[in-house]
Design a protein. Structure first.
Length: 478
């Protein structure tokens, strides 16, 4: 078996790695801001533009609105599709810089858009930046982190996603009185500029550098982000793993990688089809039907955003202690239970009063359970379970699936409510959460405390048995 090289002995830490991770986590802020801001902005975009034509073709205004809203998700699908390969080619750091510029330009275009068409263009460009950021943020942080704290550091990215959503809700609230949607959307330029400026001073991923044949640069980055005693061991471990790989893109579909492709794609789909973004995008609408007035429902939405952030903090603190699986399974069990209650509350007659409060409470708890489990664990796991040489590509594929799921759920939610009612729709998401629980229980591995190279060695061992172990696993001696 492989011994832990860099994890278990690493009691002292180099504080610089926290700075690098926190800065790179601003990628999540772009993602979250983009997710949270549009529902507020759309209320006023409607007043500025006649939403009846696009490029001269007349259209139903609700379609035009749908295109504006989903433009960013389409952009994110494109960005994620390209992002994996680009992260492998350009390097992780450079892609973060490119993503920040693209997001900045997209936000600028939206803020000054003279027509609906230009606004849609801005949404797509902005989305491409988010697509890049959603692949490369967790990827970069996982590769720069020591194993023992990797879970917390990568989950900072989910913490900034949730903070971005909350900040966007507050920005919407602040600019709502004047209906200043251009400010709402344009403010995305701020985190993009900070991310760009900060990343100029951050190092490249040591694992990517090594793979490019730049061993001395990799060593230098490790010595900036580790204590002295950890550098040699970790470098040896990286060397051994990379030397044993063929490094073709086809590796992604090799039998020994395929189980993790199933895990990644499964997590990506379940993270979306269990309904989280119906709450992120439509919370005020859902809350209004539980008896809240307009303004109260917007404030309660801010409350939901806050629960999301607070419970993500809990996950960040726990994830390297309890491990990924306990959080994931507890989170999914809780989501299933809360969706069952939510469906029941909507099923009963007379939603106001006590039942209205039960509905609101279960909605908040549902978000809380997502935030300690499926939210952070998905992004963390997909940055951990793939072998180095296909990591970027694999994350790209899985992230595309996640964004596609996001798009499908947000486009179908209102229609599902028409057909099955709110209770039926929440029960459907509840049934899918239960399925997700079974899937995760059976297939998702525990990666706590193991180095990325050990996780990879385990994968080979499972697929090829002990012979592979003798030849391929990490060597622990000098
Ligand atoms: C998901 C997003 C979601 C967010 C909510 C993320 O992990 O990928 O789709 O909007 O969590 O906190």
């Amino acid at each position: 078996m492989t011994a832990t090289l860099t994890g278990d002995t690493a009691d002292e830490r180099n504080p610089f790695v926290y700075v690098v991770a926190a800065l790179a986590a601003l990628n999540g802020l772009l993602f979250g801001f983009d997710t949270g801001v549009i529902s507020g902005a759309m209320l006023y975009v409607r007043e500025t533009f006649e939403l009846t034509t696009i490029l001269g073709y007349s259209m139903n205004p609700s379609y035009v609105e749908g295109i504006i809203v989903s433009g960013a998700m389409i952009g994110a699908i494109i960005g994620a599709a390209l992002g994996g390969r680009l992260a492998d080619r350009l390097g992780r750091r450079r892609l973060i810089l490119v993503g920040a510029v693209v997001f900045f330009v997209g936000s600028l275009i939206m803020a000054i858009a003279p027509t609906v068409e230009v606004l849609i263009l801005g949404r797509i460009v902005d989305g491409i930046g988010v697509g890049f950021a959603s692949v490369v943020g967790p990827l970069y942080i996982s590769e720069i982190s020591p194993p023992k704290i990797r879970g917390s550091l990568v989950s900072l990215n989910q913490l900034t996603i949730t903070s971005g959503i909350l900040i966007a809700y507050l920005v919407n609230y602040a600019f709502a009185a004047g209906g200043e949607w251009r400010w709402m959307l344009g403010l995305g330029m701020v985190p993009a500029a900070v991310l760009f400026a900060g990343m100029l001073f951050m190092p490249e991923s040591p694992r990517w550098l090594y793979e490019q044949g730049r061993e001395s640069d990799a060593r230098e980055v490790l010595s900036r982000t580790r204590t002295e005693s950890q550098v040699g061991a970790e470098l040896r471990e990286i060397k051994e793993t990379i030397r044993t790989e063929s490094g073709t893109l086809r590796d992604l579909f090799q039998p020994w990688v395929r189980p993790m492709l199933v895990v990644g794609v499964g997590l990506a789909v379940f993270q979306q089809v269990t309904g989280i973004n119906t709450v992120m995008y439509y919370a005020p609408t859902i809350l209004e039907s539980t008896g809240f007035e307009d303004t109260a429902s917007i404030l309660a939405t801010v409350g939901i955003g806050a629960v999301n952030v607070v419970m993500t903090v809990v996950a960040v603190l726990l994830i390297d202690r309890t491990g990924r699986r306990p959080l994931l399974l507890t989170g999914l069990a809780g989501m299933t239970g809360m969706l069952a209650v939510l469906g029941a509350a909507f099923y009963l007659p007379g939603l106001s009063g006590v039942i209205g409060w039960v509905a609101t409470g279960s909605l908040m708890l549902y978000v809380g359970f997502f935030a300690i489990g499926l939210g952070p664990v998905f992004w963390l796991m997909i940055a951990e379970i793939y072998p180095m040489e296909v990591r970027g590509t694999a994350m790209g594929v899985v992230t595309v699936v996640n964004w596609a799921g996001n798009l499908v759920v947000s486009l179908t939610f209102l229609r599902l409510v028409d057909v099955f009612g709110q209770s039926g729709t929440f029960w459907l998401y509840g049934a899918l959460s239960l399925l997700a629980l079974v899937f995760c229980y059976r297939l998702v591995p525990e990666t706590k405390g193991r180095s990325l190279e050990e996780i990879e060695a385990d994968l080979r061992e499972t697929a090829f048995g002990s012979e592979a172990e003798r030849t391929d696993v990490v060597q622990t001696d000098d």
